[in-house]
Design a protein around this ligand. Structure first.
Ligand code: 3H9
Length: 713
């Protein structure tokens, strides 16, 4: 008998097994058993000649249940066991046709590959995203995939983790037919054709024709390892996946499977896996706001009006146009507007050149962006968004202007990265409509949007912002209104500490190299040069009133600003840049640092990598703990999501707060106390951190306890 998660129906001589495990038909406990029982039943029924396996709802199978994997990774259970099911499917005397719509991911694709045939809707996708969770395809995927698509394509799928479309799948041999129209009916017809054609129906495990020879494969595996090291720096799973694919190409199927099992077991027991699973669930948890339930009415934003055609305004306009939102892009300066539109055009042209989309798509997107000097059409936009530079007085003036023009129900958003959203909101007569939408540069690429909730921001406005982030394929994280919000508030002490380190004897490249090797996408000085020395300088001027009296201040940044060394855009900042924006250390800066330190009486010494890392990371974590306790972030996990999606923090370390948990809060607190003694007031330990450390708890446990108390309330 099938069960509640898998139903068995008939279309004459074809059995249809439908998985009903919303939302994504993960292979949770009961699903493999249900498939197995239904298959058994279909096998025994003489009237049945073929079987179709299909997903109910919006998708085929999105993979193993990641909750189960999480338990296994924490040593609290075993990984899901799918091997017996896969063998049963493959050994079925009646042809089994997998009918794929939505996504066949991870274990979902592995189940599909055990079928004798695969058909798919035109918009279906299939992939092995396990590396994103720090594991490898562990249900024989590394053994069947290269048998179907060849070694090169299998390496690419397993290392990139990116899915392929149905048509790509068709051309690589993963999909046998694309079904236009009704997938279920098409799959039944296909299954009947296969039954009529007669057996034996090919088993993927028996196929070797695409596995290649050791000589052919050696350069492919070498290139794959190179790809893994470049695109998945410091990550273990992609390299292990390649090893498993090597086993597929050289060993008999069963032996390859045995190796794969050992490998996934080791991956599951790794810190990287636990961190990446944390990152997966944290990203999804961010959309859940306790006092803004899912049914809060939200507006579907279809049109936007943006003020400011600079880097941010232009990038946001592209992000909107990319998902079909029409945009009015206003700049009061005609030259700036032309320049902004030229940058947008250039970005799109470069994407067309790289084959990311066609010229026709580019034309459509360009047509959605209407440049203008005035406010015409702003009275009909769903969303009005200000993206001028960080100056509170200017932003307040703009908000008072748009207050007079915008539709009464429009959302009024500021892209401020640090400023007080309440003061901005109070420049209007409708503060409930005002919210911060802090995009990150380049806004059409970076996934993070900090959604800043002011005192008066209405719940429907928050729901609209969250829905908009999802529509833009970005990660929206709700934060409170404090200087720098969450991301930049933690970034300020981080960059400040890095500067203290160079004043004390390190060099910018030594600091950057330590951070990069540890896993950061970029060193902090390189980030400052990219963002613009003037941008940080301006943010500091706006936040001068928040400086602690008597606290040490970095000394070199102001000098770089005064010298006009504004970073990449002027060819020089902390580094010197060539015409291709490649950085090199600049003796002038090193001399400036030394001279400044000497004049200020700061003794210089050798600084070890460990100290660089501890001071840069722990100062950030300490601020994160403060933010959490003050309620400006809802969860430690939200802080992690912000750092992973917007600040180049290595995903396999789970985010700053998760990383602190893995180091151990007692150790982190002890070091912060030591730094406090050595360096003074800026290192004052956050009370929450001290408390958790004393209680032997973690930030993750703190989140879980808060979640429980919220759901109990
Ligand atoms: C694997 O298969 C291992 C095997 O090789 C070996 C085993 C031995 N499990 O993302 P969404 C939840 S590894 C459990 O917002 P979308 C998600 O948490 C797995 N839950 O929707 C969320 O819950 P909530 C390989 C899952 O439409 C809800 O579904 N597979 C799973 O934007 C909606 O998710 C993957 O890595 C899961 N597998 O995107 C695929 N998937 O509403 C991971 C989703 O409570 N999943 N949930 O917050 C995805 O990439 C996206 O979720 C997907 C849908 C593209 C499917």
């Amino acid at each position: 008998m099938a069960n509640q998660l898998v139903s068995l129906t008939r279309d004459a001589d074809v059995a249809i097994l439908t998985i009903e495990n919303p939302p994504v038909n993960a292979l949770s406990p009961g699903v493999p058993e249900g498939i197995s029982a239904a298959l058994d039943q279909a096998g025994r029924d003489p009237a049945i000649r073929a079987v179709v396996l299909i997903g109910g709802g919006r998708t085929f199978i999105a993979g193993a249940d990641i909750k189960e994997l999480e338990h296994a990774a924490q040593g609290q259970g075993a990984a899901p066991k799918l091997h017996a099911l896969l063998a049963q499917i493959e050994d079925s005397a009646k042809p089994v046709v997998m009918a794929i719509h939505g996504t066949a991911l991870g274990g979902g694709l592995e189940v599909a590959m055990a079928g004798h045939y695969r058909v798919a809707s035109p918009d279906a996708q299939a992939g092995q995203p396990e590396v994103n969770l720090g594991i490898i395809p562990g249900a024989e995927g590394t053994q069947r995939l290269p048998r179907l698509v060849g070694v090169a394509a299998a390496i690419d799928l397993c290392v990139s983790g990116k899915p392929v479309s149905a048509s790509q799948g068709l051309s690589m041999g993963l999909i046998d037919r694309i079904i236009e129209g009704d997938l279920r009916a098409g799959a039944v017809t296909f299954a009947r054709e296969m039954a009529e054609r007669g057996g034996p129906h090919r088993k993927t495990r028996d196929r070797r024709e695409k596995l290649g020879s050791p000589q052919e494969n050696a350069p492919l595996f070498a290139a794959g390892r190179e790809q893994a090291r470049k695109t998945r720096r410091n990550m273990t799973a992609p390299l292990v996946a390649i090893e498993a694919l090597e086993a597929a190409a050289t060993l008999p199927f069963d032996e390859g499977c045995r190796k794969e099992r050992e490998m996934i077991t080791a991956c599951l027991a790794s810190d990287q896996c636990r961190a990446l699973i944390h990152a997966f669930f944290s990203e999804r948890a961010a959309a859940k706001i306790p006092d803004v339930p899912k049914d809060t009415p939200a507006m579907a934003v279809g049109s936007a009006a943006i003020i400011g055609a600079g880097t941010m305004g232009g990038g946001i306009a592209m992000a909107m146009a990319n998902v079909g939102i029409s945009v009015r892009l206003k700049d009061s300066d005609a030259v700036a507007l032309d320049r902004g539109m030229a940058v947008i055009r250039k970005n799109y042209e470069s994407s067309v050149k790289k084959g990311r989309f066609s010229q026709a798509v580019m034309d459509q997107r360009m047509a959605l962006i209407q440049p203008q000097l005035g406010y015409e059409g702003f009275d009909s936009a769903d969303l009005v968004l200000e993206a001028v530079f960080e100056n509170l007085a200017l932003k307040k003036q703009i908000f008072s202007e748009i207050d007079k023009i915008a539709r009464p129900d429009a959302v009024l958003a500021s892209n401020t990265s640090t400023l007080d959203i309440d003061q901005i909101a109070n420049a209007t007569a409708r503060p409930a409509s005002v919210i911060g939408l802090h995009f990150f540069s380049p806004a059409h690429v970076m996934r993070l949007v900090e959604i800043v909730r002011g005192k008066a921001t209405g719940k429907p406005v928050i729901a609209t912002a969250l829905a908009l982030a999802k529509k833009l394929k970005k990660v929206g994280v709700l934060v409170g209104n404090c200087n720098g919000f969450v991301g930049n508030r933690m970034m300020f002490p981080y960059i400040r500490e890095a500067q203290f380190l160079v004043e004390e004897g390190a060099t910018p490249q030594q600091v950057d190299q330590a951070l990069f090797a540890w896993g950061m996408a970029m060193g902090i000085f390189a980030v400052d040069d990219m963002g613009g020395i003037d941008v940080l300088w301006r943010a500091r001027q706006e936040a001068k009133h928040l400086e602690k009296p008597g606290a040490r201040r970095p000394l070199v940044h102001d000098k770089l600003y005064e010298m006009g060394r504004l970073g990449q855009k002027t060819g020089a900042g902390w580094y010197r840049y060539d015409e291709n924006r490649r950085p090199s250390p600049d003796p002038e800066v090193l001399a400036l640092i030394e001279q400044t330190a000497r004049a200020a009486g700061i003794p210089r010494r050798e600084i070890a990598t460990e100290e660089i890392l501890e001071r840069c990371l722990y100062v950030m974590i300490n601020e994160g703990a403060r933010i959490l306790e003050e309620g400006y972030a809802l969860r430690a996990a939200d802080i992690d999501t912000i750092y992973l999606a917007g600040y180049g923090f290595p995903s396999y370390r789970g985010g700053p707060m998760w990383y602190a948990d893995t180091v151990g809060l007692q150790k982190v607190a002890r070091r912060i106390e030591e730094f406090h003694r050595q360096h003074g007031v800026l290192w004052e330990p956050a009370p929450l951190l001290l408390r958790l450390a004393a209680e032997g708890r973690t930030f993750a446990e703190y989140d879980a306890a808060r979640e429980q108390s919220v759901s109990a309330a």
